[in-house]
Design a binder for this molecule. Structure first.
Ligand code: AMP
Length: 367
């Protein structure tokens, strides 16, 4: 029996376990927070990521370690990597945890990204605004997620207030991109170097939180898909990456700018559970276990809705044809991802009808 240790115990971990049980895998989660959606499915060790004794307890019981949370301290990943194989490599965590390192890394690989400047004083910010122009986005370099730690600067009058709100931690000023749409690509690379790519997905965010994903994204020319795959290939190879990688992209004038990468399974890939021949979760596990990757082809068309802050009536959701409900077993809290719904259909017209019906069921907030 193969035992997989997972750093983090959130819904991504839970869905990894759900994909792993048919393959006969066992899981142990390592999660400091009180509530861990994954613990309903498997054992967990409660410990802080700097608690070496607890991390040792994990490595003693597992064959391979992965993570489902990109803010796992790099030092914890390295400690674990001295004892058991850890995939994706700790270097991928290091890149994705700091927006400055990440964007510099993209540039080095010739992956286009919005213009950016590191900022560490108000004077510096004012100079950066001159350089980049307005509108621009001021972001914390570390620990930002779901739109937290971001301020949009629309005019010079916004600069001081944004600085006051975010100062105290290293920052980055980024050009505001008037994108046509947001897309993401999920790629996977196995231990023996085999690679596979999912179709480009279209994502809608509100208040920085992903609300909806459409897979495949509509009207994607082959050249755009190829461009996204080239970016992903460059990252996978540069980092000797193993597992699923997500890259969030802005589409502007027919080209793709990389916004950020996530070295893990990703919310914009949840549709793949029902909408692809092999889900992102199963392919992540296959990759880290050096098993052949599964086909990534889509099965018809899918739209995924995140359930944020409130839960809909389950019976009403499931009465919509082609609907699949995933609840994470979390306590309700505003702005919290509590679950998702994927609606699938064989053709786009049927999907559009089902999606309109689902919007009515989900009502305000989750529509
Ligand atoms: P992030 O945390 O960087 O993924 O940002 C969250 C969301 O904010 C993105 O998905 C975009 O919708 C928006 N956003 C972030 N950066 C920019 C930018 N440079 N230009 C325009 N919108 C942005």
């Amino acid at each position: 029996m193969i035992h997989i240790g997972v750093l983090g115990g959130g819904q991504l971990g839970r869905m990894l376990a759900l994909a792993g049980y048919p393959l006969g895998l066992q899981f142990i989660f390592f999660e400091p927070a009180e509530e861990a959606p994954a613990e309903h499915l498997a054992d967990r060790i409660v410990g802080d990521f700097d608690d070496h004794q607890k991390l040792q307890e994990l490595t003693d019981q597992v064959d391979v370690v992965t993570y489902e949370f990109e803010n796992v301290p790099v030092s914890a990943a390295r400690f674990v990597a001295e004892r058991r194989p850890v995939y994706p490599p700790a270097a991928a965590l290091e890149v994705s945890q700091d927006r400055l390192i990440e964007k510099t890394f993209f540039e080095r690989l010739e992956i286009p990204t919005p213009p950016f400047v590191a900022v560490d004083s108000l004077d510096h910010l004012k100079r950066a605004v001159q350089q980049i122009g307005l509108p621009a986005v001021l972001k914390t370099r570390r620990m930002g997620y779901d739109g937290k730690g971001q301020e949009i600067l629309r005019s010079a009058a916004d600069v001081d207030a944004a600085w006051q709100r975010l100062t105290g931690t290293p920052l980055l000023l980024e050009g505001f991109v008037a994108f046509q749409r947001e897309l993401s690509i999920l790629a996977v690379r196995s231990r023996n170097g085999e690679k596979a790519f999912y179709c480009l997905v279209e994502n809608e965010h509100r208040q920085g939180i992903l609300r909806l994903s459409r897979a495949p994204a509509a009207d994607v020319p082959a050249a755009l898909q190829a461009q996204a795959q080239r970016y992903a290939t460059a990252i996978l190879e540069q980092l000797d990456y193993v597992g699923v990688l997500a890259i969030e992209l802005f589409e502007v004038g027919g080209r793709l700018l990389a916004n950020e990468m996530a070295p893990r399974v990703h919310n914009s890939g949840h549709w793949s559970i029902e909408g692809a021949e092999t889900s992102q979760f199963e392919n992540h596990l296959r990759a880290i276990l050096d098993l052949p990757l599964g086909p990534t082809a889509t099965i018809g068309h899918s739209t995924m809705f995140n359930l944020i802050g409130t839960l809909p009536d389950a019976a009403a959701v499931l009465a919509v044809p082609g609907a699949h409900l995933h609840l994470y077993g979390k306590t309700t809290r505003p702005a919290r991802k509590l679950g998702h719904v994927t609606v699938r259909a064989d053709d786009i017209e049927t999907l559009n009808r089902r999606v309109a019906e689902m919007r009515r069921v989900l009502g305000a907030g989750n529509e």
